[in-house]
Ligand binder design. Structure first.
Ligand code: NDP
Length: 246
């Protein structure tokens, strides 16, 4: 039996890509998954698929830019499955372009989803974790934050802000209640390029994705690895990228 069996895991950005693959894998291994994103139809389809295979899943339409929506996601986990063991803060957008293009709206959107969205998840989940005496926060960051490339400065900044935030939270939480994990994927074959408005940047990312991206299931395995460790073992950071990525 997997150590994931019986855990309750809420996932933001579960309607496609890494979030969807993570939901499928964790449900296969016996977790109850609560799926959050904006596209309800996708969530409903995924929920139905998981249930048809004998898994436990619930769909919850959320926009991570709204605190109330994250509160609802966590409440749904507790209402439907009795507790919340893990929150995977995975929702993200990548409105990349050169800083000099001054895409101020794109910058704000990335800050709202990639940074504020994770903060909203933390604010919703921490009280439940404290009450239970345990909980695990997993977030999806990016290798874009480890090797800073042109067009990716603001995107990388939002991801690295979360990296910093989690390390601070970890140091405040060494009483054994909270585990934190940052997953930094490289190129993964998902729909992420569709959130890029700048056509040159979008084409460049899409070309590299088509050439060598790894499947979302590879990242899901890394997330599962962090979750299945015993309670006294915290996997802090995982970087997972295509072998040929520079
Ligand atoms: P996808 O575009 O396939 O998935 C992004 C997910 O985020 C979707 O489920 C989308 O759902 C959700 N989302 C976006 N905005 C919001 C919002 N405001 N509220 C709620 N959900 C939202 O891409 P990935 O699977 O690749 O992205 C997942 C994470 O992985 C992101 O944080 C991304 O930055 C990160 N990442 C991806 C890499 C890659 O190469 N693909 C590399 C490194 C990191 P919906 O539109 O239905 O709301």
């Amino acid at each position: 039996m997997s150590a994931i069996d019986g855990k309750v895991v809420a996932i933001t950005g579960a309607s496609s890509g890494i979030g969807e693959a993570t939901a499928r894998l964790l449900a296969e291994r016996g977790a109850a998954v609560v799926l959050g994103a904006r596209r309800t139809e996708r969530l409903e389809r995924l929920t139905a698929d998981i249930r048809a295979q004998g898994g436990r899943a619930a769909a919850c339409q959320i926009d991570v830019t709204r605190q109330a929506d994250l509160n609802r996601l966590v409440e749904r986990a507790v209402a439907d499955f009795g507790r919340l063991d893990v929150l995977v803060g995975n929702a993200g957008i990548s409105k990349i372009s050169p800083v000099a293009a001054l895409d101020v709206d794109g910058w704000s959107a990335m800050i709202d989803v990639n940074l504020r969205g994770v903060l909203h998840g933390i604010a919703a989940a921490l009280p439940v974790f404290r009450e239970q005496g345990e909980g695990h926060l997993v977030t999806t960051l990016s290798t874009a934050g480890l090797k800073i490339s042109p067009t990716m400065a603001i995107y990388a900044g939002t991801k690295n802000a979360v990296r910093t935030l989690l390390e601070g939270l970890r140091q405040e939480s060494t009483d054994g209640t909270l585990r934190t994990t940052s997953i930094s994927p490289g190129f993964v074959g998902t729909e992420l390029a569709s959130s890029i408005d700048n056509p040159v940047a979008r084409e460049g990312i899409q070309r590299r994705m088509d050439a060598f991206a790894i499947p979302p299931a590879a990242v899901a395995s890394a997330i599962a690895f962090a979750i299945e460790q015993p309670r006294d073992v915290e996997v802090g950071d995982i970087t997972i990228r295509p072998t040929v990525q520079d």
